[in-house]
Design a protein around this ligand. Structure first.
Ligand code: ADP
Ligand code: MG
Length: 325
């Protein structure tokens, strides 16, 4: 056995902490030779981010945009999220649409109790919807109508995971796992040389059912986000309405796709494309992913008999860990 000299590095013990952000949990695990506690810095980064992109913070840039208070100035994060949103709206032929805010509110997913709006209300709100209803000019958003509202919920959570990842890298940390509400970024490996592993949740029967895993995915330098219709929905007259809106109809999507997990070059992209897949439904979602070299996906849907079925894109197959027990 070799003698331990003073130069010898201590075995790396991961730093782990969790907290609350954006109405959900966050959890960080990283290997740092100095074993620093970066939680206060992470908390203030997330708070600063909410001051830009949160719909629930009255002073946020996004809330200012929505109430036509032009005293804001778009910062780099807002600029990037808006540009990404416009790009993905184009690529998805409008399935991704951050102007769905008024429709989301009418259906009651934003601030009000879920209830079915009148068709006339939906029709008039569709006049305020579509990526063409706004553009970025310098440090401002210009809307085609003052009633247009933006909703970054389908991309901001993923984007904030990327921000925390970039922050850890700036601190010289190369091996980490960042998770905000199930949107994850993994870099490097664990200290024993093994890959990070992330669970894909089995769709639950009810919003408060305990979380169970459907499968486990190995993530090395990978970004993953999941959108699901099974946790956030409400039921009226036996129909489940999800919180993802199909911008073509103004209605929440009601098809058989229960959850879509996407792996992409960043968590922001994964987050946005997961929403795109939820709008497209299982068949179109498969075709969309097969046409994209930069995206992988794991879909869970119900078949004609009402049983769960999964579909894994070819590039992801070898990342699935079989021994989930
Ligand atoms: P989750 O990860 O919680 O399943 P998503 O990432 O799919 O959620 O984001 C859903 C949220 O995005 C909705 O609550 C709504 O605010 C907004 N949204 C709904 N439909 C769309 C859409 N077609 N395009 C962009 N954003 C949407
Ligand atoms: Mg999303």
């Amino acid at each position: 056995m070799a003698a331990l000299g003073c130069q010898q590095e201590k075995p790396l013990v991961p730093v782990h902490f969790q907290g609350e952000a954006q109405g959900t949990y966050y959890a960080l695990t990283y290997y740092d030779a100095q074993h620093r506690n970066l939680q206060p810095a992470v908390d203030s980064l997330l708070r600063a981010f909410d001051l830009e992109a949160s719909l629930w913070v009255e002073q946020s840039t996004l809330s200012q945009i929505n109430r036509n208070d032009t005293s804001y100035s778009l910062g780099p994060h807002m600029q990037e999220m808006l540009q990404l949103s416009l790009r993905i709206a184009r690529e998805s032929q409008g399935a991704f649409d951050i102007t769905v805010g008024p429709l989301v509110n009418a259906w009651g997913f934003g601030f009000r109790e879920g209830r079915k709006p009148q068709q006339a209300t939906i029709d008039s709100l569709l006049q305020l919807t579509g990526a063409g209803r706004f553009r970025v000019e310098g440090d401002k958003v210009v809307k085609s109508d003052a009633r247009v509202e933006l909703d970054l919920n389908a991309i901001a959570q993923g984007y904030s995971v990327d921000l925390l990842g970039a922050f850890l890298e700036e601190q010289g940390i190369q091996n980490f796992l960042v998770d905000i509400g199930g949107e994850v970024l993994a870099r490097g490996k664990k200290a024993d040389g093994s890959d990070w592993r992330v669970g894909i949740e089995r769709p639950a029967e009810s919003p408060d059912a305990p979380r169970e895993l459907q499968d486990v995915v190995r993530l090395t330098d990978l970004a993953m986000a999941t959108s699901g219709s099974y946790r956030k929905f409400y039921e009226q007259d036996g129909v489940k309405y999800s919180h993802t809106i199909d911008p073509a109809t103004g209605y929440p999507v009601t098809h058989r796709l229960l959850s879509a997990s996407v792996m992409a070059g960043s968590v922001a992209l994964a987050d946005a494309y997961a929403t795109v897949l939820m709008v497209l439904g299982p068949e179109k979602a498969k075709a969309f992913i097969l046409g994209r070299k930069d995206l992988e996906a794991y879909l869970i849907f119900t078949n004609e008999d009402g049983a769960y079925e999964t579909w894994v894109s070819p590039g992801l197959e070898q990342q699935i860990v079989q021994d989930t027990q």
